[in-house]
Design a protein around this ligand. Sequence first.
Ligand code: IMP
Ligand code: MG
Length: 187
Amino acid sequence: MKGQIVREDIAKVLLSEEQIQKRVRELGEELTRDYADCDGEVILICILKGAVMFFSDLARAMNMHMQMEFMGISSYGNEQKTSGIVRITKDIDTSITDKHVIIAEDIMDSGLTLSHLAKLLSSRSPASLKICCLLDKPSRRECDISPDYCGFIIPNEFVVGYGLDYLGFYRNLPYVGVLKPSVYSGE
Ligand code: IMP
Ligand code: MG
């Protein structure tokens, strides 16, 4: 990984920058329509760190008065598969009671992270709570949950870029790609 240009580590681009930007704009328009009656009552929550790119593009594609909040939640450690253990590393700074909450997340994989998070946020009595994911890997689901809004359904491949990481790297790629196997094996 180190000493190489980042893009040389990518085996294939799964979603191009153009595809992502177009789809995120569409999601923003859909949310703008769906939340037209909730102007000023919407809180968009960014799940750090993976959702950071998606969140900032999505927020700019939503034409309404809303608040932005940030939450750190970790279920992955530094490995490629989920541990099932979800830990809050940073809570939001404001009350969501009676607000319309939209969770912006990078990807739904096993679903354990979002299932835990949705339960936790529901207990704070929001007026509504929806999940908006850029990516969905339904084939990997381990619990009964699916995103209310989804950018792309993808196959069971480990992807990086546009916020998604491998060992903390590759988040800054403007597209979503699959890593070369040599990166995992450290060759
Ligand atoms: P879940 O609890 O299994 O749904 O895991 C969700 C979290 O796992 C996401 O927020 C990501 O941080 C991480 N994750 C799942 N699949 C991938 C992937 O393909 N690439 C990078 N991170 C992933
Ligand atoms: Mg991650």
